[in-house]
Design a protein around this ligand. Sequence first.
Ligand SMILES: C[S@@+](CC[C@H](N)C(=O)[O-])C[C@H]1O[C@@H](n2cnc3c(N)ncnc32)[C@H](O)[C@@H]1O
Length: 271
Amino acid sequence: MAESDPDASAGRIAGLDTSVAHPARVYDYWLGGKDNFAADREAAERVLAVAPGLRFRVRANRAFLGRTTRYLAGEAGIRQFLDIGTGIPTGDNTHEVAQRAAPDARVVYVDNDPIVLLHAQALLRSTPQGATDYVQADLRDPGLILERAAGLLDFGQPMAVMLLGVLHLISDDEDPWGIAARLMDAVPAGSYLTISHPAIDIHKAQPTVQKVYNENVSTPQTLRTRDETARFFTGLELVEPGLVQVHQWRPDPDDFAPEGVVSAHGAVGRK
Ligand SMILES: C[S@@+](CC[C@H](N)C(=O)[O-])C[C@H]1O[C@@H](n2cnc3c(N)ncnc32)[C@H](O)[C@@H]1O
């Protein structure tokens, strides 16, 4: 679709604005996906030019999603997941990882980008014992997300709230800490919060990366310090090893994780 439709270059396709780069499609390009358009690829390449390790970083973020979800569905016994800022479906989506460990796991996906809705079918292929749902909603409206997620998830039972690679797309003015707290207030004790957040304080080139991204992509990003990311977990108990660079969170023995490349912090906290 992205390559062949002449409408795409004119900025019109299936209700999408393809004339400006969007975070979900830029991320898809960095991951090696095909659901992106010329404007996305140009923006993605400009950022890559100042962040040569970026393709590895996005894979490390996906690997963190996989390991944390496997931990939650396995060792922690969690059966419900609320994955906000899902992204375009790729390999090992949350329900696939969770249902490998627990076939009866239920997952609600949330994203505000119409391209994710367009590909949501791939997120809805659940095991027969489990279930998945997709909600088109904005993280800045947590009340609507909670209301719609209650169609599938039981808010009387523990669940994992997942905010991976999305909080940096909410500015300080929009109070991402308040939004995360509102979501965690709605879930019972024994629930978990998983976050990965690109960092401003790991590599010195990061302010330049942020500037180039914000000059080229529709939604600006706010990279944050480790302390700012730690604030999202206020009042929660961090699962070992705590808040670390994402590749350092319970790595698998065969993970490819050279030190000095990854530039995001991540953790899992328990309510
Ligand atoms: C960088 S991708 C991360 C995808 C996935 N969570 C991961 O970690 O691999 C960010 C996703 O968040 C979505 N997003 C950005 N702002 C959002 C908002 N305000 N509400 C809901 N989703 C949002 C984007 O559309 C995109 O799909």
